[in-house]
Design a protein around this ligand. Sequence first.
Ligand code: ATP
Ligand code: MG
Length: 180
Amino acid sequence: MYLKSLVLKGFKSFADRSALTLEPGITAVVGPNGSGKSNISDAVLWVLGERNAKNLRGQAMEDVIFAGSSARKASGLAEVDLVLDNSDGTLPVDFDEVAITRRMYRNGESEYLINGTVARRMDVLDILHDSGLGTGTHSIISQGSLDSILQSKPEDRRALIEEAAGVLKHKQRKAKSERK
Ligand code: ATP
Ligand code: MG
């Protein structure tokens, strides 16, 4: 599985439709300070279901919508489309490509689509559950969280290594079944 494309419309500094096409392997995004590099990783987090505005470096969720500039008015809608190549079947669905879309309007209304069909946030999380992607995982490490990882207690660091090794999900399942 790999990230094949990302399209941003009215998301943070990306007022116009901006499409990024990626290849398997490593992609580096370079640019001056404030040019929108971190906004791209915010877009990935957001489309995969993030609902804490602070994790997207904002105060409120509406902060993801383009706020306007001296040259153009604010957008009424933020939209991000993310396409994952699933030809190796990593994700438990019968599609070679999985397109996830999230939209949000200024009135707070929000929706998700999976391959063009309206879906719930839960459906998105379910698809990603065993993939290591998605909210709460460390597939995206922000500038700030790197410091906190380096300064974390050994127990917390252990949890991080267990997540990377794929052990954490089994531990969580075990804990859940023991509670029942
Ligand atoms: P650095 O190299 O300093 O990390 P960066 O390339 O990661 O910079 P970002 O943090 O992605 O930069 O982008 C910051 C820019 O995005 C700022 O100019 C900010 O005003 C703009 N921005 C953030 N949210 C919005 C929004 N809702 N509407 C318009 N612009 C926004
Ligand atoms: Mg940055």
